[in-house]
Design a protein around this ligand. Structure first.
Ligand SMILES: *[C@@H]1O[C@H](CO)[C@@H](O)[C@H](O)[C@H]1NC(C)=O
Ligand SMILES: *[C@@H]1O[C@H](CO)[C@@H](O)[C@H](O)[C@H]1NC(C)=O
Ligand SMILES: *[C@@H]1O[C@H](CO)[C@@H](O)[C@H](O)[C@H]1NC(C)=O
Ligand SMILES: *[C@@H]1O[C@H](CO)[C@@H](O)[C@H](O)[C@H]1NC(C)=O
Ligand SMILES: *[C@@H]1O[C@H](CO)[C@@H](O)[C@H](O)[C@H]1NC(C)=O
Ligand SMILES: *[C@@H]1O[C@H](CO)[C@@H](O)[C@H](O)[C@H]1NC(C)=O
Ligand SMILES: *[C@@H]1O[C@H](CO)[C@@H](O)[C@H](O)[C@H]1NC(C)=O
Ligand SMILES: *[C@@H]1O[C@H](CO)[C@@H](O)[C@H](O)[C@H]1NC(C)=O
Ligand SMILES: [Zn+2]
Length: 311
């Protein structure tokens, strides 16, 4: 999750200046002096913590939790939910208008959806999702950042709560055999040429909804764990949801991210914008099948085994 520099600066005021100068301004993905291997040192307070994100999710180790019910999405079908698309110098970020919210999903209360942004590698050939599943890295990952509604969109307050933020992670996989699909991603990526330079932004023209961008994903099935922001200051304030089904986007549109936008103060294209995986955390998911189905199944198997044993 790429977060507002504002947070780094805000937390900075409360921290010793040496720590501050480095963590507030100097982190990056590319330069060995500020790339992710340095974050535990240059932003030690949180980036060197014990519940850091992203992680590799081991599907077979996810425990079953019946509390992980369906989400309710509010404003996700609205074509006016997306406000401004911006090249932050580290990612492409879309801010959302007020009135976009999530609840349910095993969360303790409703959360306001504030923005989404993306992580990628270098085209489909060089994948760059942040979370990996059973060791597999996907071409891209989309993060929707949500803040507990009681904090009224104030992220300075939200990062002080160990569950103040809820991040929704969507893995992005190549949709093979077609170009320019889905239409919603064709539209989203059409804005990239307007924000090739870091710091540039442009208003989205009311032509796509969040549901359009997330189409094809069954949002009933997901992994859940407690983690952190994936960029400094890496605050351990995030309830993570990683959906099991990926969004499918054609190769030509995925490739546009690594060939259209430039990083800050540089003539380098924005590539490899993801943090490496961190030590594993307990992960939960929906119960795989009802217990009655399961015992029915094992009873059938046992009967079969008994019958077979007679021969
Ligand atoms: C990071 O945490 C580990 C274990 O808690 C500690 O040994 C190490 O000194 C810390 N590193 C920094 C740079 O603070
Ligand atoms: C489900 O939620 C209840 C109530 O919050 C809690 O007591 C219980 O431990 C949760 N179950 C799991 C598996 O986390
Ligand atoms: C990204 O991929 C392109 C070709 O697809 C290649 O020319 C370029 O060197 C790669 N950049 C990096 C930083 O790996
Ligand atoms: C967020 O809350 C903090 C602490 O109460 C306050 O200092 C700050 O001004 C608030 N920020 C905004 C944007 O309201
Ligand atoms: C955005 O880019 C497109 C083509 O790349 C161009 O036609 C359009 O005028 C640009 N819009 C703005 C507001 O610069
Ligand atoms: C968008 O760019 C304009 C012009 O550079 C700038 O004044 C404004 O603050 C930017 N807005 C956002 C949300 O980045
Ligand atoms: C989504 O998945 C759930 C649980 O696996 C299933 O019951 C439901 O039918 C699926 N919905 C769609 C639209 O496929
Ligand atoms: C990047 O450039 C801006 C001005 O465009 C400057 O204010 C900033 O200090 C530069 N940052 C770095 C890390 O060089
Ligand atoms: Zn992110």
């Amino acid at each position: 999750m790429n977060f507002l520099t504002v947070i780094a600066v805000a937390v900075c005021i409360l921290a010793p200046s040496a720590y501050c100068e480095s963590s507030a301004v100097e982190w990056c993905y590319h330069n060995p002096l500020c790339s992710d291997s340095t974050w535990p040192t240059i932003a030690a307070l949180y980036c060197n913590g014990t519940r850091q994100s992203p992680i590799n999710i081991v599907s077979a180790s996810a425990t079953e939790d019946g509390n992980l019910t369906e989400f309710t999405f509010e404003g996700y079908n609205s074509k006016s939910a997306l406000d401004i698309i911006e090249n932050t110098g580290d990612t492409v970020k879309v801010t959302l208008n007020t009135g976009v919210k999530i609840s349910g999903g095993g969360l303790s209360e409703s959360y306001d959806s504030l923005q989404f942004h993306l992580h990628w590698g270098n085209g489909t050939a060089d994948p760059g999702s942040e979370h990996t599943v059973d060791g597999k890295r996907f071409p891209m990952e989309l993060h929707i950042v949500n803040s507990k509604s009681t904090y009224g969109r104030n992220t300075t307050l939200a990062v002080k709560d160990s569950e103040g933020l809820a991040a929704l992670g969507f893995l992005i996989e190549e949709l093979t055999g077609v170009d320019d699909q889905p239409a919603s991603w064709k539209t989203l990526t059409s804005y990239l040429s307007n924000i090739s330079i870091a710091g540039k932004n442009i208003t989205i023209q009311g032509d796509i909804s969040l549901d359009d961008l997330l189409s094809g994903v069954n949002r009933t099935n997901y992994y859940r764990y407690l983690g952190s922001l994936t960029t400094p200051l890496c605050n351990e304030a995030v309830v993570w949801t990683v959906f099991k089904e990926p969004i499918k986007v054609s190769k030509n549109l995925i490739d546009l991210f690594s060939s259209s936008v430039y990083i800050k103060n540089s003539t380098s294209l924005m590539v490899h914008v993801y943090r490496n995986t961190q030590p594993s955390q307990p992960v939960s998911t929906q119960p795989r099948a009802s217990s009655s189905t399961k015992s029915g199944y094992s009873l059938a198997l046992m009967t079969f085994a008994l019958i077979m044993a007679r021969y």
